[in-house]
Structure formats: structure tokens, C-alpha cells
Design a protein around this ligand. Structure first.
Ligand code: ADP
Length: 238
């Protein structure tokens, strides 16, 4: 049986009286980039955290590669890479030191880990910066470190929470190109509040507002909406 990469069924999460997400259901196929689009506060991070096993849903279920995110958390972590919102890093660490630390958490043996760190550093374009401390490099390069740690264990699925937030336009373009290049052998779900970003790099769009799923379609379908993508976004987020 071929599993969907991500399956979400009637997922809800409330914090006290405040509803963060309500009755979300969607499936994502393998091998595509999906933009999880919505205004700030829509419920994107909450959903992604539940997928990562970092938040417990109030009701409903979520599966990754057919495995329940709460019951098979450890197995799932091997298949999934995550870049959290605001890319939490250790500024005092050297880049390689940080990647070694992450690799050890994943249980990668030392010979394989050295090979893999070299590979991902080249991959994300950090060769010239690799001897520096994280605090000494620009925000754009720090974001590359964030992507490097997410792909270090070669996961099949990547979940990126607002990966270009806080970057200047050049840095945004660079990170977007990296994400597109990663699509070659990964399924990617990334959140964004920027319509243009989702349009630029996604095959598929999930639109969320006030905790509810408002659209689940290909970017091509969204473009056919009367008035185009901007009208699609505006009408569905009112
Ligand atoms: P987004 O990522 O789309 O900006 P979030 O998932 O962060 O949205 O937030 C959705 C809603 O849930 C917001 O109203 C937010 O204030 C609320 N929320 C998120 N996390 C918490 C929390 N830990 N405690 C209380 N409320 C929260």
C-alpha cells in the first residue's frame, strides 16, 4: 500500500477558550511542494507543531507516512526534517559543531556524519562560511544552517515554518531556490503568509484562516479563480 506523505483528519486544537485550529482535514501526496498559506494567527504553526509531535491535538488525528504522529513519534522523526519558525539556533556554536550536535541527536555514526555534514554544507552553499560561529553569519546564511540541520539525516519529508520570514529580498530568493532544489527527492510542506511566495514555488496550496481550511487545490487551480490568485486569497481570508 502506498501511503500519503501527510494525512490530517478532523484535527482541532484549542488553548483554553481560544481555538487555534478547527476540524482540519487534508492529505498530501508524495513528491510535491505544498504551501501552507494564511495570515498571521491563522493556525499554521500550531498545525505544523502537531505534525512534529510538539503539540498534542485537542481532537482528530495526523499521520506521516501512515504512522500516527503521537504514537510513532520516534520512527517518524527519522523520516522528517523540521525548520521551526524563527529558526532557533545556538549563536555561540560553530556551524560544523552545531551540525555535529544535530547529527548525534539523530544517531548518525561519526564517519557517516562527517561525510554528510560536508555534503549538506556544499548543498546549501555554506562552504565559505563553514568555519564561522553561527552568530557571525548573516540571517540568510543562518537560514541555510537551519535548512542544513533539517536535511542532515536525509528525511523524506521536510516541514518548514515560515522559512523566509525576516529575510531581505535577495536572501528570500536564495532560500526559495534551495527549497525548490530540494523537491527533487523530498516532499515539502512549508508555511507562509506571503501569497507571492506560495505562487513562486508551490505545486499545491492549503489555505487556512482563523483555524479553518479554506482551500486545498493545485496552484494552477487557484490561479483560475475569478480575479486570479490575489482575489482567491482575499475572498477566502475574509
Ligand atoms: P500562525 O502560525 O498561522 O501565525 P499560530 O498557529 O501560531 O498561527 O496561532 C494560531 C492561534 O493560536 C493564534 O490565535 C495564537 O495566538 C494561538 N496560539 C498559538 N499557540 C498558542 C499557545 N501556546 N498558547 C495560547 N495560544 C496560542
Amino acid at each position: 500500500m502506498k501511503f500519503m506523505s501527510i494525512e490530517v483528519l478532523h484535527l482541532s486544537k484549542s488553548y483554553g477558550q481560544s481555538v487555534a485550529i478547527s476540524d482540519l482535514s487534508f492529505d498530501l501526496k508524495m513528491g510535491q511542494i505544498t504551501g501552507f498559506l494564511g495570515p498571521n494567527g491563522a493556525g499554521k504553526s500550531t498545525t505544523l507543531k502537531i505534525l512534529m509531535g510538539l503539540e498534542i491535538p485537542s481532537s482528530g488525528e495526523a499521520k506521516i507516512l501512515g504512522m500516527d504522529v503521537q504514537k510513532q513519534e520516534v520512527k517518524i522523526k527519522k523520516q522528517i526534517g523540521y525548520l521551526a519558525e524563527n529558526n532557533p539556533l545556538y549563536p555561540e556554536m560553530y556551524i560544523k559543531e552545531f551540525l555535529t550536535f544535530i547529527g548525534k541527536i539523530h544517531g548518525i555514526g561519526s564517519t557517516e556524519l562527517s561525510r554528510r555534514i560536508k555534503e549538506v554544507i556544499e548543498w546549501v552553499g555554506l562552504e565559505r562560511e563553514q568555519k564561522k560561529k553561527i552568530k557571525e553569519i548573516s540571517k540568510g546564511y543562518q537560514q541555510r544552517v537551519g535548512i542544513a540541520q533539517a536535511i542532515l539525516h536525509d528525511p523524506k519529508i521536510l516541514i518548514l515554518d515560515e522559512p523566509t520570514s525576516g529575510l531581505d529580498p535577495n536572501q528570500m530568493d536564495e532560500i526559495r531556490s534551495l527549497i525548490v532544489a530540494l523537491k527533487k527527492d523530498k516532499t515539502i510542506l512549508f508555511s507562509s503568509h506571503l501569497l507571492g511566495e506560495v505562487n513562486a514555488i508551490c505545486d499545491h496550496v492549503l489555505l487556512i484562516d482563523k483555524g479553518q481550511l479554506k482551500a486545498n487545490c493545485s496552484i494552477e487551480e487557484a490561479k483560475k479563480y475569478p480575479g486570479g490568485l490575489e482575489a482567491f486569497f482575499k475572498d477566502k481570508t475574509n
